[in-house]
Design a protein around this ligand. Sequence first.
Ligand SMILES: Nc1ncnc2c1ncn2[C@@H]1O[C@H](COP(=O)(O)OP(=O)(O)OP(=O)(O)O)[C@@H](O)[C@H]1O
Length: 242
Amino acid sequence: MILDAHDLACRRGGRTVFRHVGFRLAAGEALVVTGDNGAGKSSLIAVVAGLLAPDAGRVSLEGGGGRPLDELIGLVGHRDGLKAQLTAAENLVFARELLGASARPVAEALASVGMSHAADMAVAILSAGQRRRVALARLLACDRPIWLMDEPGAALDAASLRMLAAMMSNHLAAGGIILAATHQPLGLEGARTLRLERPAGAAEPDDPFLEEDWDGELGWPLDAGPAERHADGSRPRTDDPA
Ligand SMILES: Nc1ncnc2c1ncn2[C@@H]1O[C@H](COP(=O)(O)OP(=O)(O)OP(=O)(O)O)[C@@H](O)[C@H]1O
């Protein structure tokens, strides 16, 4: 199994975030992606996950035992993607039904991240770090050999970071593939690194989320798009007269 990303480019809000990004990861290999805020780490994860179309290039899979790439990917994004009203165990059961179950039972996956005690607790009442650990347990409980991890160490304490490093190493030793974006060292020995730099001449956008279709999750006004500008190019303030 080889995950091949070839000459990828990504544009968001009309601006180039990165271009000419490529890598090949074979079974047992990891790539750690670093870069400043806004360099495009999450965007690269989203492109490889198939959640964001690249502006150029392609992501493909060689091997994979007849399963398509999207059925091999397990994703831990910025947000945990857990269902708050379900318990930790129920979240893992749900994910296994949706994504395919690994050989590791739910209880064992939760135990691996030190969350056995929370198996029957609603995720809504867990702390940020505890939720992160449940999201990591979900990777263990599902049969997804390619792990895409966006800031996997976010909100984790020192002991949990060591647990994360061991979990990732074990996954690689078992023939998995990892693409991880991070600001903090992950303690992953032998992993390759890729540092994303903003392309020369590409300025940091001012308020980019107004430039793309916004899903309204934060309640941002959907009609505050690029068309809404004064003649001098400035944006209307919310207290401007209509
Ligand atoms: N929905 C969006 N619409 C327009 N531009 C976006 C959108 N999401 C991200 N961007 C822009 O894409 C660029 C890359 O963002 P991305 O989140 O990939 O960076 P990052 O390297 O993960 O940053 P961080 O380290 O802060 O998490 C940024 O300039 C950002 O403003």
